[in-house]
Ligand binder design. Structure first.
Ligand code: BEZ
Ligand code: FE
Length: 294
């Protein structure tokens, strides 16, 4: 019997010893996952050769990250976000057929019970910010309109805050709404131009970003969840390509196909027909949903 089969530990055989000990795991998936994690983790430790103090600092970092996590704040999700793991898991689970719109992270600010509004409604409830008109179509991969598709949108205001971050300052459900398409698959609504904002950076993840010389900002975006019978649900954003942080999103959520065009419109007639007081921003963006593959 070899040393690792007896369970005797050496620096050289560490992976075999630990993996062998997991052979009676309750599921084959767990066993396989732990084999990969053990192999990669031991490889990293062997390459890094941490001092005892460095390893203890790493443990304190994870401990503090857990202590900061509550029902209202999930510091571990933020950690996964800034490490690029949230986007990687999203990419693996949302491989779309060609022509379908791409997904990106959900983020923590979606709420399930936003009001369903008539098409064209203004989701800005406090009249603050620069007016914006957003419209487009929801299509299938053959370019046909999808009727009865549900578009759930939410965004930060022009100071970079979601309503749920400013209870009592912004009206409830400010800058959120649910819209349903008609037979032509078209959607349109009014809002205000969103602004970049920092992810919560007063905890361990913020300290890590700072130590890495990284900022905590996400470029201005609108969030969407799009649902329609017979189609895969799409969780995505559209981004302002002129945002100063467009090439350095703290959570790596930007994809080229998610860049929309934000056009400044100075046309009093159109402004009046949209009930805007002056120049406004216009964004036209079509979404393409993939057919259910299950
Ligand atoms: C967001 O876009 O709402 C978001 C995404 C990841 C972390 C924090 C915020
Ligand atoms: Fe966001």
């Amino acid at each position: 019997m070899e040393a690792h089969e007896k369970g005797f530990f050496t620096e050289a055989n560490s992976v075999e010893v630990v993996t062998g000990r997991n052979r009676n795991a309750s599921s084959e998936r767990l066993k396989a996952v732990m084999e990969v994690i053990t192999r990669k983790l031991h490889e990293a430790v062997k390459e890094i050769e941490p001092t005892q103090d460095e390893w203890f600092d790493a443990i304190l970092f994870l401990t503090r990250t857990g202590q900061l996590s509550t029902e209202w704040r999930q510091e571990f999700i933020l950690l996964s976000d800034v490490l690029g793991v949230s986007m990687l898991v999203d990419a693996i689970n949302n491989r779309k057929p060609s022509g379908a719109s791409e997904s990106t992270v959900l983020g923590p600010f979606h709420i399930a019970d936003a009001p369903e509004l008539p098409m064209g409604a203004n989701i800005c409830l406090d009249q603050k910010g620069e007016d914006m008109f957003i419209h487009g179509r929801i299509l299938d991969t053959e370019g046909k309109p999808i009727a009865n598709a549900v578009l759930d949108v939410w965004q930060a205001n022009d100071e970079g805050f979601y309503d749920v971050q400013q209870k009592g300052i912004q009206p409830d459900f400010n800058l959120r709404g649910v819209f349903r398409t008609g037979a032509d698959g078209r959607y349109w609504f009014r809002a205000v131009k969103p602004k970049f904002y920092p992810i919560p950076d007063d905890g361990t993840v913020g300290k890590l970003l700072h130590a890495l010389g990284r900022h905590p900002y996400r470029p201005a975006h609108l969030h969407y969840i799009l649902k329609a019978d017979g189609f895969e649900t799409l969780t995505t954003h559209i981004f302002d390509p002129d945002d100063p942080y467009i090439n350095s999103d703290a959570v790596f959520g930007v994809k080229e196909s998610l860049l929309a065009e934000f056009r400044r419109i100075d046309d009093p007639g159109r402004a009046e027909s949209l009930e805007f007081g002056g120049p406004f921003w216009e964004v036209e963006h079509d979404f393409v949903l993939a057919r259910d593959r299950k």
